[in-house]
Design a protein around this ligand. Structure first.
Ligand code: ATP
Ligand code: MG
Length: 284
């Protein structure tokens, strides 16, 4: 059965979409069938994977409104084992249109249930709000991955999200777990970043992912080329760190798989071998 991971944080610009795109791509490059679902009307995950805006295309909106099946909404990407269900800005309307709807919090969960057999990982990119769209994602998810910047007030913002997770667990999705907290745009040269990261380690313990994501210009550039970082520059620190994060999460669910790491295909033959977690661990 596939594992559904929601990438969520109601704070804007913390690296949710960058994490969703590059984590999903790294799963796919490690040869596990992966689906990325863009649950944000901003549609950044869709454009970041090279899908042009197209109001006619079946999107997450149709999925939530019951106008399309999960199967019917799948789109291929440049990576052989990565599929996407894109978003469109009309998804904003779903927030209102669903208010009166039956099972309004379960729309996404119900729609993707038949896809769980087919994908080992389904990654959900959430909008920067604790709205009905994020709620649908958290009800559909097995776990939530929380990207965070190492800032002084980082913990204050996170408590509202953790409260929401607890409420959803109590009322709508008892299985929901915290997958982890991942530090993004991390600069280990600053003492503030180190201090905050030590605080977070104390607070979250082993839920703080071992891999943190450095600030890396390639991660910011790649979406404008419609590519995940590992197709844009597989040797960049940004691409390598997401490959390592994917390995960390894969190892959690498929412990036996870590012995034979997959190599990114990505149409870059010969470059993939360098990207194993073992090797990167040494250079980290
Ligand atoms: P929103 O809340 O609007 O959905 P978000 O949480 O999805 O935002 P992103 O869009 O992933 O955040 O990132 C915000 C900006 O920071 C983007 O311009 C992105 O390219 C850039 N960015 C994200 N992570 C990194 C990184 N590790 N290094 C450099 N730039 C990054
Ligand atoms: Mg985003």
């Amino acid at each position: 059965m596939g594992r559904v991971i929601a990438v969520a944080n109601q704070k804007g610009g913390v690296g949710k979409t960058t994490t969703a795109i590059n984590l999903a791509s790294s799963f796919a490059a490690a040869e596990v069938n992966t689906l990325l679902i863009d649950c944000d009307p901003q549609s950044n995950a869709s454009s970041g994977l090279g899908l042009a805006k197209d109001p006619e295309r079946i999107s997450t909106y149709h999925l939530l409104m019951g106008a399309a099946s999960g199967e019917g909404a799948l789109q291929r990407t440049e990576l052989e084992q990565l599929w996407i269900i894109p978003s469109h800005k009309n998804l904003i309307g779903a927030n209102l249109e669903l208010v009166e709807a039956e099972r309004r919090e379960f729309r996404l969960r119900d729609a993707i249930e038949p896809l769980r057999e087919r994908f080992q990982f389904i990654v959900l990119d959430c909008p920067p709000a604790l709205d009905l769209l994020t709620l649908n994602a958290l009800v559909a998810a097995d776990s939530v991955l929380i990207p965070m910047q190492a800032e002084y007030f980082a913990l204050e913002g996170i408590s509202e999200l953790l409260d929401t997770v607890e409420r959803i667990k109590a009322a709508l999705n008892p299985e929901l777990a915290v997958e982890g907290v991942v530090l993004t745009m991390y600069d280990d040269r600053t003492s503030l970043a180190k201090q905050v990261s030590a605080e977070l380690k104390k607070y979250f313990g082993e839920k703080l992912c071992m891999t943190s994501i450095p600030r890396n210009i390639r991660l910011a550039e790649a979406p404008s080329h419609g590519k995940p970082a590992l197709l844009y520059d597989v040797r960049s620190r940004g691409a390598e760190s997401y490959i390592r994060l994917a390995k960390e999460i894969i190892a959690h669910y498929f412990p036996q798989a870590t012995e034979t790491p997959g190599t990114p295909e990505a149409g870059t033959p010969g470059e993939g071998e360098g990207a194993t977690a073992e090797e990167m661990g040494k250079t980290a």
